[in-house]
Design a protein around this ligand. Structure first.
Ligand SMILES: C[S@@+](CC[C@H](N)C(=O)[O-])C[C@H]1O[C@@H](n2cnc3c(N)ncnc32)[C@H](O)[C@@H]1O
Length: 235
């Protein structure tokens, strides 16, 4: 590998390669997320006619929040993550549920490659682990692995303001503090300080330049947005 390539296995901000962070993840998330319902809503929204004949990649799959439920609908799911600890939990959950159509891959946005093209690439709350240059590289890699007209569904924590960032960031943190634990708010602060969430206008530009048409954007929470995109161009 070239010596200037970004090391995506080196975690920035929250270190998901650490067992203790992986082990508390589901408890923390499931206090405000319903993984099964989330997956169903996304899959219904994608409008696949024959999901049982379709294949999916979930990049930054973590403990399998989407992959495990998506496996019930799709023919095959590739669950990709740079953290062996997160994958270990996802694999154990799949085993307990008797799910056999998930291939777990210890890889990342930049490195992962497939010989075949899939129908859906999904990623939730993982893309901000890459700086913007590498987000563009990752999007071009996703383009290569997706069929023409295939769906790219990205959810991430992004910023929407452009001026007065101190006041807007304080307001955002205060707003989130009303609904979330102190521990979670500390993670949000680490997220803002050390991770690479970008602005909505930058992300839209990156996505479009990588050969996707953004069909819909849902601003789901204070910090999160969903981008429903379709591949319209190959390179
Ligand atoms: C906040 S968790 C999100 C997990 C899951 N998608 C969910 O919805 O709960 C972020 C995940 O992204 C993974 N990650 C970080 N950088 C990555 C990269 N370059 N490629 C793939 N996964 C990455 C982390 O290991 C972690 O499991």
């Amino acid at each position: 590998m070239k010596d200037w390539i970004y090391n995506e296995f080196k975690h920035v901000g929250v270190d998901y390669s650490q067992k203790e962070n992986a082990e508390i993840y589901d408890d923390q998330m499931e206090s405000f997320r319903d993984y099964e319902n989330e997956a169903k809503l996304i899959i219904d929204g994608c409008g696949f006619k024959n999901p049982e004949n379709s294949t999916v990649i979930d990049i930054g799959c973590g403990t399998g929040a989407f992959a495990i439920h998506a496996a019930k609908y799709f023919k095959k799911v590739y669950a990709v993550d740079v953290s062996k600890e997160m994958l270990h939990i996802a694999k154990s959950k799949a085993k307990v549920k008797g799910i056999e159509n998930i291939e777990f891959c210890n890889s990342g946005f930049l490195q992962f490659q497939l010989n075949t093209e899939v129908d859906l690439v999904f990623s939730k709350w993982a893309f901000h682990h890459l700086p913007d240059y590498w987000k563009q590289a990752a999007l071009l890699n996703i383009n290569k692995m997706l069929k023409m007209d295939g769906v790219f569904f990205l959810t991430d924590l992004i910023f929407k303001f452009e001026t007065d960032y101190v006041k807007k960031t304080d307001t955002m943190i205060n707003e989130l503090s009303k609904s979330f634990s102190e521990e979670f708010i500390s993670e949000i602060k680490v997220h803002i300080k050390d991770e690479y969430s970008t602005f909505d206008w930058i992300l839209r530009g990156l996505i479009e330049r990588a050969g996707f048409c953004i069909e819909k954007i849902n601003a789901v929470e204070t910090l999160a947005s969903e981008y429903f995109c379709r591949k319209v161009r190959s390179f």
